[in-house]
Design a protein around this ligand. Structure first.
Ligand code: GDP
Ligand code: MG
Length: 461
């Protein structure tokens, strides 16, 4: 159960960080520092190497502070960078490739790492995919070992070869060698030790010579965390290791450490074990693993999400109009719309340090009706003449024109007046010193404070 916590916790932290980046009106140093700190905490809790975490943090900070990239482009860059860096520490994607004619796979590892359990999981996995699977138990030292393999094989209807009375693994292999020719996937269970000592190295070498494996897979339990680095390296140096399977990803908080440590030794992680049951195994793909952590399909989906919140084109157009000193009705609607997409003014307030304490009271219930209101405004603008659209201020005292527009749009005259009011409000802000504010980045904190102080009470978001 803890694992789900570990992966969920890490995923949640990464998602929160990316959400914060996506929703930020402006990415100032404080916000970036907070985001990076949250990420660091989550990664270190998952036992990822501190040096790797530091490197990742520095890269993100550097990118965030790069003045040459602005606005939405900067957000995209940071999220891409975070994604790519995480992907890199998860290692290269090298799936286990089986031949169609014959495969002999040795599973190696210390005591209790999960070899026997994993053998039955793999057997089941590949039998379902059409392989003729046989399990053979060469763990001759512990009396219960062959019994365990037999039980698991019978339970899952897998062919198996064991002989509890045979204490020599080479003889045992020879005994069944002929029968094994009928199978194209032979999974070999081997003995472990408490540590990788000379005795174990010799045994693995002898078995390797005799069985001529097509793959030698090291089984590592996730709970050893970063110690997986030393263990994988030692096995790689002593005997031939083609890949790794990490078990017990479900029962530890250190899975991130085991995964990234294996990546550091360039031992490809073929599978991860995620529970004690037969189906609790999955092929490991860094990309897929990361997508799941991030809680979405892929990087593109993530970037799309940011784009949908801050529609670049509209923001650019608005910015141009701001520079020219005047917002059009369409700009006003667009601006209010993107603010409500971001979660409304209350949310925006909470994202700006110091701003949430400001006394900018928003009338209760105002936020709920936001979307309906914007929809009405869009109808209203459609019912206006070109002249009215260009000079909405002319309408202010023209009761009959307002009535005609309301009628045409199928709304109440008060709706037309509320749009005109909003229009006036935002243009007033602009005139009162808001000019020069970079809407692609959002207002600066100072501008926001000024804005709130002056208009907070009148705010009708
Ligand atoms: N929770 C969990 N337990 C596992 C997993 N893989 C193996 N185990 C357990 O780890 C223990 C040791 O496994 P075993 O296969 O006997 O290890 P071996 O000594 O290397 O053969 C057993 O209790 C298994 O049920 C896994 O992915 N998740
Ligand atoms: Mg075993």
């Amino acid at each position: 159960m803890q694992n789900i916590n570990m992966l969920e916790k890490l995923g949640e932290a990464i998602r929160k960080a990316t959400d914060k980046i996506a929703n930020a009106i402006f990415l100032d140093k404080d916000l970036v520092d907070t985001i990076v700190r949250d990420l660091q905490r989550a990664l270190i809790e998952a036992d990822v190497n501190v040096a790797l975490v530091k490197e990742l943090s520095n890269k993100i900070k550097k990118e965030a502070m790069d003045e040459r990239v602005k606005g939405i482009e900067k957000k995209e860059h940071i999220i891409k960078l975070l994604h790519d860096e995480l992907l890199e520490i998860l290692g290269e994607y090298k799936p286990l490739k089986l031949k169609s004619d014959r495969n002999v796979i040795l599973l190696l590892g210390l005591y209790g790492s999960g070899k026997t359990t994993t053998i039955s999981k793999l057997g089941n996995y590949y039998a379902k995919r059409g392989f003729r699977v046989a399990l053979i138990g060469l763990d001759v030292h512990r009396p219960a070992a062959s019994e365990q393999l037999q039980q698991l094989a019978e339970k899952n209807k897998l062919n198996y070869f064991v002989d509890p009375s045979e204490k020599n693994p080479i003889k045992l292999w020879k005994k069944y060698e002929k029968q094994l020719k009928d199978y194209n996937l032979i999974l070999v269970d081997t003995a472990g030790r408490h540590t990788l000592d000379n005795e174990l190295i010799k045994e693995i070498k002898d078995i390797t010579k005799e069985t001529k494996p097509t793959e030698s897979i090291l089984v590592i339990p996730a709970d050893i965390g970063q110690a997986a680095r030393t263990q994988a390296q030692q096995f790689k140096d002593a005997v031939n290791v083609s890949g790794v399977i990490i078990t017990r990803m479900d029962s530890t908080a250190k899975g991130g450490g085991a995964l990234t440590a294996c990546a550091e030794t360039k031992a490809p992680v073929y599978f991860i074990g995620t529970g004690e049951k037969i189906n609790d195994i999955e092929e490991f793909s860094p990309e897929r693993f990361l997508s799941r952590l991030l809680g979405m399909g892929d990087l593109e989906a993530l970037i799309e999400k940011i784009k949908s919140v801050t529609e670049e084109k509209n923001q650019k157009k608005i910015q141009k109009n701001i520079e020219e000193g005047k917002l059009t009705l369409d700009d006003v609607i667009e601006q209010v719309k993107s603010m409500s997409q971001l979660g409304g003014f209350e949310k925006i307030k909470s994202m700006i340090p110091g701003f949430s304490n400001m006394n900018a009271k928003i009338p209760e219930g105002a936020l709920e009706s936001q979307e309906a209101k914007v929809a009405k405004w869009e109808h209203i603008v459609k019912s206006m003449t070109v002249e009215e659209k260009e000079n909405p201020e002319l309408l202010e005292k023209q009761t009959s024109r307002i009535a005609r527009i309301a009628n045409g749009a199928g709304v109440h005259t008060s709706d037309v007046r509320s749009l005109l009011k909003q229009y006036k409000l935002l243009n007033d802000v602009l005139k009162s010193g808001g000019a020069g504010m970079d809407m692609s980045q959002g207002m600066s904190q100072k501008q926001m404070m000024k804005f709130a102080k002056k208009f907070g009470k009148k705010m009708r978001f």
